[in-house]
Write a protein that binds this ligand. Sequence first.
Ligand code: MG
Length: 281
Amino acid sequence: MTLEQLKTQVQQTRRDILRMVHAVNSGHPGGSLGCAEFFTALYGTQMKFSTDFSMDGNGEDLFFLSNGHISPVFYSTLARFGFFPVEELSTFRKIDSRLQGHPTTHEGLPGIRMASGSLGQGLSVAIGAALSKKLNNDDKLVYSLHGDGELQEGQIWEALMYAAAKKVDNIISTIDYNGQQIDGSTENVLDLGDLHAKLEAFGWLVLEEKEGNDLEKVIAILEKAKSATGKGKPVVIILHTEMGNGVDYMMGTHAWHGKAPNDEQLEKALTQNPETELKDY
Ligand SMILES: [Mg+2]
């Protein structure tokens, strides 16, 4: 894909997110919007994957979404990259849909490798998958994404410690560092302190990108992370993003973490993100 095509995809994904949560008046637009560039860059430029989905994923790069509540951006990305029909996005959060509010494996939606929603668990799962790749002599990588608020879960730190001690160097974990969580800023709820220093102290190779909503910079940091794998240390990216990115009234606050826009607000948000040649679902 060209950079222009990727940028088009980011914009269409923003529209998908907004329309999905509005349609059912529930869901999590804020974190989803903040990660649109990350998902598009990851699936569009980094990962080797097959849309003929298998849970084993042998010979493929794997992705685990640990902060499962940002499912709208994940579902839009999977649909737009061909894992399932784009029209299915209209079933988001509806009864009997495969697109539940938080991703689940037993719904059989291609691309979903782990149920997530209960925070803190995804890193452990991703590390297990990375270890299995080593045992299978599979040289592909494992990616995971985590919220910054999610780092307040103790299991994350056990997993961080384990991966470094066991030299799991085929994993690239990204922290969606937007400084916000459901109840307010991470600083006010439970300050993460010097996260960079903490992750380094836990034995990870730490990369940081201050402009996580600049598509080219996101691609560049993912490239850098890939080149840092295989060197004896797990790799983590602290990706600074803006919750609600691309919609002016959703930015700079935690208010849109888990709240859908009403009709008028949707109209305003969509005007700021016009439909692309990829077309609405
Ligand atoms: Mg956050």
